[in-house]
Design a protein around this ligand. Sequence first.
Ligand code: AMP
Ligand code: ZN
Ligand code: FE
Ligand code: FE
Length: 300
Amino acid sequence: MRIDLHTHSSVSDGTMPPAMVIERAAEAGLDVVALTDHDSAAGWPKAAVAASAVGIGFLPGIELSSITARRGVHVLAYLADATYPPLVDEMQRIVAGRDGRLAAMVDALAAAGISISAEEVRRHAGDNQVIGRPHVADALVARGIVRDRSEAFELLLNPGRAGFVVRYAPETRDLVRLVTDAGGAAVIAHPWGRGSRHVLDAEVLADLASAGLVGIEVDHNDHSAHDRSVLRETAADLGLVVTGASDFHGAGKTDHDLGCNLTAREEFERLLAAAAAHAATSGRQVPSFTAAATVSGDTS
Ligand code: AMP
Ligand code: ZN
Ligand code: FE
Ligand code: FE
């Protein structure tokens, strides 16, 4: 079983529409794929339809922004009720924070002598509501100010650079609780990736586990082989599920091809079991994992 639990579409900062992400996942030989756009569940319906058309399993997810000790931490929420009012409110606050930040980033870049408009950035974001730094990067590339998204982050958009502006996000522990209350399973995305590696030690992860955290994304290209083995041990100590994923963004991020990291079948089953337990406790009406369709011709 080839299982990839973290991908982005053009609903957030990926470059392909949800259905195309799923089609590419099938072409890449995946049996199960999760769509996990930043702070939005808007891609789920189209992804689910596409998955049943191409006959692969579809897991609905959302990658939510949070903060621990002033560092950004991404939380993958699987199978949560995205209509749970407190979760809807929190997602709206996060997305509103992105909008406020866009204006502030445009001002900060202007102060550094680079003039791009919020309109221009919105144009690069297409019709989605989740606007992020990658879209600012695209506007800078289109102007010929930088070569690609990576250079835009390195020179202008990363913390400490002229165009960087902080934005609102909830505390990680509160967000883990919220996802759990929404009947979902929370998994920390790339715990030792760029922003969060210095704050998510074993002690903090243990505290998050006590708040309902189900797993950690160990196999991610932000992690070295050494990081992975340490994180795998921590997960075992804390009884956390170990996931692996590509964090595919289409053409928006290189070295993140679909299926480049995978989740083991038994870990996936533990994830589904934890989500089912949270759904039962919460009493929420949660979306379901749609397993691969039966092989065509099989009428049983
Ligand atoms: P934001 O959510 O607006 O703060 O932007 C963060 C997102 O930017 C991350 O989730 C990545 O998808 C993307 N990102 C971060 N660093 C880079 C980079 N060096 N190149 C391309 N995309 C990046
Ligand atoms: Zn992203
Ligand atoms: Fe992330
Ligand atoms: Fe991601």
